[in-house]
Design a protein around this ligand. Structure first.
Ligand SMILES: [Ca+2]
Length: 312
């Protein structure tokens, strides 16, 4: 092997050893993980460059995007309204229907997970009116992950990680009629944040739970207490529970809307303290339960035992 070959080998190994970092403004990213930043980060970004990153991961995996820092002109200081400088995150490639969130200011958005194998991140600068203040932009990392048990539709989904995603089935395409979805977010100190919300049409009334709606409960002592019922096109504020949170989504037989996309954070118990069963290693809780049944943790273990016994 000549010197040139050795140099090339070292170069290739160096490329493999470090996550792909995009110093370019935008581009097509296909690595398993990487970092994206605004131009010149952490120095102030130039006020004349829009960037679009198209992140693709292998089929069957999804994109997990985590913002480390953001510092964008927050004008007009109203949540969800970023007029001058903004980051936009899209689920998939159909931009018009897939906006997961628009962000500015200094508060990093929660971690976001795509529904499929493509996520698009845009850094957009509106150059009018002229703005001479300096902001440092953003730094975010992404990685390809296996989607966790987060459909919640047709079966109980127990979410046990610190952060995760909930979305109506088929999001951002329309959910189906007669949907009955249920998620339980385990742990404590749970915060649910909505990024898209169109349920039952723009003027839907969810009093009486007769239309499509989302219901959120706090669970304590094996009972659930209703926090609120949500529908229409007004995105609910963040919802917080001290204990585990239960989210239900129901749809009737008419008017199927786009649905919702939400992320959560929770304080989860030490995994070594969870009850485990022989032969159950690596399998998510609730995998063996029947469709649409809500069970408490104790009952869940029992049903898993029964299902396991039947399987054996
Ligand atoms: Ca409906």
């Amino acid at each position: 092997m000549g010197v040139a070959d050795i140099t090339l080998t070292i170069l290739l190994l160096s490329l493999l050893a470090y996550p792909a970092t995009s110093t370019e403004c935008g581009g097509s990213l296909t690595a398993q993980h990487g970092v994206i930043t605004s131009p010149d980060y952490p120095a102030p970004y130039p006020a004349d460059t829009d960037c679009t990153w198209n992140i693709s991961v292998p089929q069957g995996q999804v994109v997990l995007l985590t913002f480390d820092r953001i510092d964008l002109n927050p004008f007009p200081d109203t949540p969800e309204k970023c007029y001058l400088h903004m980051i936009e995150v899209y689920n998939g490639t159909d931009e018009a229907a897939n906006l997961m969130g628009r962000f500015c200011g200094q508060t990093p958005p929660p971690a976001m997970m795509s529904g499929g194998d493509v996520m698009i991140v845009k850094f957009l600068l509106n150059r009018w009116p002229r703005n001479d203040e300096l902001f440092t932009g953003f730094s975010a990392s992404y990685k390809a992950v296996r989607p966790e048990l987060n459909s919640g539709c047709g079966n109980l989904a127990l979410l046990t990680s610190q952060t995760g995603t909930l979305a109506s089935a088929n999001f951002p395409s329309s959910y189906s009629s007669g949907a009955a979805c249920k998620w339980e977010i385990a742990g404590t100190n749970v915060t649910l944040s909505f990024h898209s919300f169109q349920v039952g049409g723009p003027f839907s009334q969810c009093s009486g739970n007769t239309n499509d709606y989302l219901a959120v409960y706090e669970e304590f002592s094996n009972r659930k207490s209703l926090i609120g019922t949500y529908c229409g096109w007004n995105k609910p504020d963040d919802i917080h529970t001290d204990g585990p949170m239960i989210v239900e989504f129901m749809s009737d037989e008419a008017v199927n809307d786009m649905g919702f996309f939400a992320t959560y954070t929770a304080t989860v118990p030490d995994p070594t303290e969870r009850p485990t069963m022989i032969g159950e290693e690596g399998r998510p809780w609730g995998n063996e339960t029947s469709a649409g049944v809500h069970v408490t943790l104790g009952e869940l273990t029992l049903i898993s035992c029964l299902a396991l016994a039947i399987k054996l």
